[in-house]
Ligand binder design. Structure first.
Ligand SMILES: Nc1ncnc2c1ncn2[C@@H]1O[C@H](COP(=O)(O)OP(=O)(O)OP(=O)(O)O)[C@@H](O)[C@H]1O
Length: 342
């Protein structure tokens, strides 16, 4: 049954309180050199909702994911998952507690089969207890149970026919599916997906979207980082916007996408362009046209959406540049193109 009650307890805005938060982060900071990659004052993630974490390149989204899931250490900060303090808890324990994540660049192990990758997921995150997972004698009676669970998930993700294939032979999109399926082996409560659509062929896009919606239907909470604004608008119940390490806006997608702070945050990536005159707008259009990851100004992005669908002069967007009328997607490049930083 859909829970249509308000997500917040009152006002909407950066750091606002949620009716039923599953994750609460306070004063989380991470510096690299002198730069504040993450400087989150307060953030609550609502339970059993799909929350999108958006923001321009370098906003700190992946770093925040890394911190919250124990893959990186903050300079300061506290966070609670399901009322348990988990700051400083290593990643494999965080996963066992029910909070799992996937990566921008999938971390499936190419030289292991699809099934072997799934077995690894049962113990923890990639790399955990490799020997235990692979050697039967050490594995004991859990093996049958784990294999059955993996079979069910592989069937659900339509990877069952490939279970004995090496993961390296899968397409970019199939690897994303495998990583998501593997994350579910620990029966998580909170699933964090870092750019689930990046590197996914359009043919698999709908399937991935459906899987994400199903996670919520099955009672899980989803927090995902995404640049594809079509996807954000399509499946997110709540949107959190980061820029320069901070949360600059949050709220329902249809409201956040029109928020001035959000528009500024995205245009901030092109701050060298003077928007004060029409020449500046033309220059911005050229910059955006060359920026493959930019969704600003596209009719699909929603960020610069104007009532009645009109665009400001000069901002014709990607669809008019390419003649494409369907949803904007960053997903039509097969190989993953960006390395996740440690
Ligand atoms: N290991 C690292 N060493 C130094 N700087 C880093 C490291 N990881 C991230 N950064 C920097 O921290 C900032 C935030 O990076 P992060 O990858 O978290 O941003 P992001 O919002 O996920 O960006 P994108 O959308 O491009 O993935 C960037 O300026 C980045 O260069």
């Amino acid at each position: 049954m859909t829970d249509s009650r308000d997500i917040t307890t009152g006002q909407t805005g950066p750091g606002c309180k949620k009716r039923d938060p599953i994750l609460v982060a306070e004063k989380v900071t991470r510096q690299f050199g002198g730069m504040n990659a993450v400087d989150v004052d307060y953030l609550e993630v609502p339970r059993n909702k799909i929350t999108a974490l958006i923001g321009p390149n370098g906003a700190g989204k992946t770093t925040l994911f890394n911190l919250l899931t124990g893959f990186d250490t903050p300079n300061s900060g506290q966070w609670r998952f399901d009322d348990r303090d988990i700051a400083g808890v290593p990643s494999y324990k965080v996963a066992r507690m029910g909070m799992v994540r996937t990566f921008q660049l999938t971390k499936v192990m190419g030289k292991l089969t699809v099934m072997e990758n799934m077995r690894l997921g049962a113990t923890a995150q990639p790399g955990e207890s490799l020997a235990r997972a692979l050697f039967k004698g050490l594995w004991g009676k859990r093996e049958k149970e784990i294999t059955e669970q993996a079979d069910v998930l592989l069937a659900k993700f339509k990877l069952d026919a490939k279970k004995d294939d090496y993961a390296a032979s899968l397409s970019g999109g199939q690897r994303k599916l495998l990583e998501m399926a593997r994350a579910l082996m620990v029966k998580p409560v909170l699933v964090m997906l870092d750019e689930p659509m990046a590197g996914v062929n359009p043919a698999l896009t709908q399937s991935l979207l459906d899987h994400i919606k199903n996670l919520k239907a099955e009672g899980m909470t989803v927090l995902f980082v995404e640049h594809d604004m079509h996807m954000v608008r399509h499946i997110a119940d709540w949107v959190v916007v980061m820029a320069e390490g901070k949360i600059v806006a949050e709220g329902p997608p249809e409201i956040v996408m029109k928020d001035k702070a959000v528009i500024d945050a995205y245009l901030g990536a092109h701050h060298d362009v003077d928007l004060g005159d029409s020449k500046g707008v033309e220059m911005l259009e050229v910059e955006l046209a060359q920026d493959e990851e930019s969704v600003v100004g596209t009719p699909d992005a929603g960020i610069l959406a104007h009532p009645g669908g009109s665009q400001p002069d000069g901002l014709h967007g990607e669809s008019s540049r390419t003649g494409q009328t369907g949803p904007a997607t960053t997903a039509d490049t097969a190989p993953d193109s960006k390395e996740t930083r440690p």
